[in-house]
Design a protein around this ligand. Structure first.
Ligand code: NAD
Length: 439
């Protein structure tokens, strides 16, 4: 079976590589010439654990190729995936479907023989049908079916998520296409992965509904953390206490500076837009979106308050810039909101991230980027943890006092163990812990 993955970003590259690992012939195509040229030189454009080795393995086995020849590859494919971006449209927050529709047109013009066209991008309800209309319009004789197969992988754990997903969702119209997609996912079926077959619109909605629910869960525990701080309770025990209830579950109950990343922010807004368009009440998610935006500035204010009134010569070390650990993805990372607010107040920022520095440099201005942790901490008045990379979890007072001038630690991910700081000179502020250490 020949597969073309249109769009070689996080999703296209990971899923294309994993399908080749299943034994299929996959060509990942992209209009970005540099990306493809780099991949052909074994330079992987993203940081994703395990991906580089898996690409190398399948490239040398001859099952995985990378190309800018989008048309030529579409022609010889049995299955064409659309895995292009669907960012928030400037101005109104609707999902920008221009890349999807452009890809559909390109696919329509070139498909040759029966082809299954699969939307893997996260797209609003009705997009699958529109993809079908576009293909029919540009090529009335095209022999094809459309499938909706939203992707649920998480950056930082993408290979494992793809290879052992909680479920696979497939929206279909024709039995013929359903059978082909079922054979594509046979390796997962064999390890008893639940595969949910449904209609196109339902599959599209499942993806938004899942992301919005997870965003809601994060916002809920963040509000509980706020309340814990006011009443002197511990949010970790609250999360544990409620998470042990199987109806609630213990995942996504970790407080932080607000969700970010390439999916939750844009997908929650897009879901609100879809509901509004259909005159359907979505006030719960509307509130989540507004609260999450507010949370980031509240976190910046929390830092400012801790630093006191004279901020002019203050230097703050920021540890972690990506929106979560194990990725270099900076899209909608809380660091992009919090750091500029601190800078506006006259604070000098020294920043360090184990892998996201190159991406961060493109987006954060007037920031001192340090190549290592020690340089980042040098002479700083305060340390702020924005991303819970493992390397930050073990930081201890003796080590920090070797480099830092001040004694303020603001841990917005609750990554540090408070026990380690009780008998130290450091004032440790975390989220929802009820009390500060050495206030
Ligand atoms: P991305 O921005 O990393 O990659 C998209 C790629 O598509 C880019 O390389 C771009 O050059 C390419 N492209 C755009 N138009 C093209 C065209 N006409 N022909 C060829 N290439 C084209 O995006 P991503 O993060 O991989 O996300 C893709 C989709 O998957 C989005 O809808 C996203 O919401 C969804 N998704 C993302 C994740 C994630 O963790 N990143 C998880 C699940 C779902």
């Amino acid at each position: 079976m020949n597969i073309t993955m249109v769009g070689t970003g996080y999703v296209g590259l990971v899923s294309g590589t994993c399908f080749s690992e299943f034994g299929f012939n996959v060509c990942c195509v992209d209009k970005d010439l540099e990306k493809i040229s780099n991949l052909n030189k074994d330079i992987v454009p993203i940081y994703e654990p395990g991906l580089e080795n898996l690409i190398k393995k399948n490239k040398s086995a001859g099952r995985l190729t990378f190309s800018n020849d989008i048309d030529g590859n579409i022609k010889k494919s049995d299955i064409v995936f659309i895995a292009v971006g669907t960012p928030s449209r400037r101005g109104d927050g609707h999902a920008d479907l221009s890349y999807v529709y452009q890809a559909a047109e390109q696919i329509g013009k070139k498909i040759d023989g029966y082809t299954v066209v699969v939307t893997k991008s996260t797209v609003p309800v009705g997009t699958g049908l529109e993809v079908k209309n576009i293909i029919k319009k540009v090529n009335p004789n095209a022999d094809f079916d459309v499938i909706s197969n939203p992707e649920f992988l998480r950056e930082g754990n993408a290979i494992q998520d793809f290879m052992r997903p909680d479920r696979v969702v497939v929206g279909f119209e024709s039995e013929k296409a359903k059978k082909i997609i079922a054979s594509l996912y046979k390796p997962l079926f064999l390890i008893e992965t639940p595969i949910l077959f449904t209609d196109l619109k339902t599959a599209e909605l499942i993806k938004y509904s899942a992301n919005a629910f997870l965003a809601l869960k994060i916002s809920y525990i963040n509000q509980m953390a706020d309340l814990c701080e006011k009443i002197g309770a511990d949010v970790h025990d609250v999360a544990k206490g409620i998470g042990l209830d199987k109806r609630i579950g213990n995942k996504f109950l970790h407080p932080g500076p607000g969700y970010g990343g390439s999916c939750f922010p844009k997908d929650t807004i897009a879901l609100v837009k879809t509901a509004n368009q259909n005159n359907s009440d979505i006030s719960i998610i509307d509130t989540v979106v507004k609260y999450n935006t507010k949370r980031k500035s509240e976190m910046a204010n929390k830092i400012l308050k801790k630093l006191g009134t004279d901020l002019t010569n203050k230097k703050v070390s920021i540890l972690g810039l990506s929106f979560k650990p194990e990725t270099d993805d900076m899209r909608d990372s809380p660091s992009l909101d919090i750091i500029p607010i601190l800078q506006k107040n006259g604070i000098t920022i020294s920043a360090y991230d184990p892998v996201a520095m190159n991406e961060a440099k493109k987006l954060l201005k007037n920031t001192e980027f340090s190549n290592d942790l020690e340089t980042c901490l040098q002479n700083s008045d305060a340390l702020v943890i924005l991303t819970e990379w493992n390397q930050f979890r073990g930081l201890l007072p003796d080590y920090l006092s070797k480099y830092m001038k001040g004694n303020i630690l603001i841990d917005l991910r609750n990554a540090l163990d408070p026990e380690n700081f009780i008998n130290s000179n450091f004032n440790l502020v975390q989220i929802g812990r009820g009390r500060e250490i050495n206030q």
